[in-house]
Design a protein around this ligand. Structure first.
Ligand SMILES: O=P(O)(O)OC[C@H]1O[C@H](O[C@H]2O[C@H](CO)[C@@H](O)[C@H](O)[C@H]2O)[C@H](O)[C@@H](O)[C@@H]1O
Length: 390
């Protein structure tokens, strides 16, 4: 039986900018498009072809608006984007109806809980080397208002430490690598910061494969001075917007609006857009109540995943089983790569139906921890069984 807390669902939808619209009889999907975030009905002339999205049926539709498309086209920030976030906030959103609950059930069938499907997942991994990829915010730590206080719990840290004893483990995050290391504090992990643009291998040597290489990779290093400069400009430009916060993530910049009065969202987006428009080498996309500004290079979390597999000596290996767990639109790049390779699985952390290329779901960081602990117990038990047979 699927049950969920409506208020929590609303908050989650609001924080991830998903809008459920009664009035439109359209179904939009981001299938097959680069970096899907949110597609807008209002920007129909510009939006890429619409593909029916089989899962979302009936009168209620998920309306998606792609900020990145607008940004790339040099458009003004789309009012529809602000409207979509506003309309999905707890105070504005319409009630959750039986048909939405029905959609939720249908979604869970397509993206079942990785905890419920644990046996199937481990069966599929048999004889293969599991490699773990973990996003940070919203996956290992709960979403909080102040990004500097997004601490992971001691229990979660112990779970990740145990995990890394059995499987090569990487943190793949939009954050600056040093900052995420300060939160995670585990030297035995691989870290891919700035959405994969800053990758470093373990400082505490762990060798899983004789072919593995030392890792230290920064594909956007020439953008460093530009990012620094634009960060300063954005701080200056947004300082008059109460609650706005600009975070320097080394190779990218986050402009947070979680604490900004929603009446000011449009203004803020306009300011950010004006700055980004002056630098054709940069673009932006949307995360959870955040605008992410980054270099226009062909690099993302999916590419980082492939790069790390290669470093670990698993480039053309059919016996590797990558598992990627993440909650944000930027994690979709990695989920897609796994589908394309036909290896391993993506697990989306979300409490509500959301278009995703992940195969499974987990509702929140606590469930991620349960899953990681279960994986460690399973590995320990199977190692024990193998030994006793010998
Ligand atoms: O790839 P991730 O590890 O998920 O990082 C993406 C962004 O996460 C952080 O922002 C998000 O979490 C904050 C703390 O819970 C929250 O306040 C914010 O609204 C979220 O968007 C981080 O601060 C950003 O720099 C990352 O890019």
């Amino acid at each position: 039986m699927v049950s969920f807390n409506i208020e929590a669902e609303r908050e989650n939808m609001a924080s991830q900018n998903v809008l459920i619209v009664d009035a439109f009889n359209l179904t939009l999907s981001t299938e097959g498009l680069p970096n899907p975030s949110i597609y807008s009905i209002a920007s129909q002339q510009k939006r890429p072809p619409v593909v029916p999205c089989g899962g979302y049926t009936n009168k209620k539709k998920i309306m998606l608006q792609n900020l990145e498309t607008n940004a790339a086209a040099g458009a003004r920030p789309n009012n529809c984007w602000v409207e979509s976030i506003r309309a999905s906030s707890p105070t504005h959103m319409k009630s959750i109806t039986p048909s939405l609950l029905e959609e939720k059930r249908a979604w869970i069938i397509r993206h079942p809980s990785a905890l419920d499907m644990f046996h199937e997942i481990t069966e599929a991994s048999k004889g293969k080397q599991i490699v773990m990829f973990l996003d940070y915010d919203g996956t290992l730590s709960p979403i909080v208002e102040n990004p500097d206080r997004a601490f992971m719990s001691g229990k979660m840290r112990r779970a990740v430490r145990q995990l890394a004893k059995y499987f090569p483990t990487a943190i793949v995050t939009g954050r600056c690598r040093d900052k995420v290391y300060d939160f995670v504090k585990l030297a035995e992990l691989y870290y891919a910061g700035s959405h994969g643009m800053d990758i470093k291998g373990p400082t505490k040597g762990l060798k899983y494969n004789q072919k593995s290489k030392v890792v230290n990779f920064q594909p956007a290093s020439e953008f460093l001075p530009l990012i620094d400069k634009v960060y300063k400009v954005l701080v200056e430009k947004t300082k008059s917007t109460p609650g706005a916060r600009v975070e320097n993530n080394k190779f990218c910049i986050s402009v947070h609006f979680r604490c900004v009065d929603e009446k000011k969202w449009n203004d803020l987006a306009q300011k950010v857009k004006e700055v980004v428009n002056e630098y054709p080498q940069l673009n932006w996309r949307q995360g959870r109540m955040v605008m992410e500004i980054r270099p226009k290079i062909e690099w993302d979390k999916g590419k980082a995943l492939e790069f790390l597999l290669e470093c670990l000596g698993f480039a053309d290996c059919s016996s590797v089983f990558p598992v990627y767990i993440g909650d944000d639109t930027t994690d979709e790049d990695a989920f897609k790569i796994l589908r394309k390779r036909g290896q391993g699985f993506g697990i989306l952390v979300s409490k509500f139906p959301k278009k995703t290329s992940a195969s499974y779901s987990l509702r929140e960081p606590d469930e991620v921890m349960d899953f990681l602990q279960k994986l460690v117990r399973w590995k320990r038990d199977s190692a024990h069984t193998t030994k006793s047979k010998v």
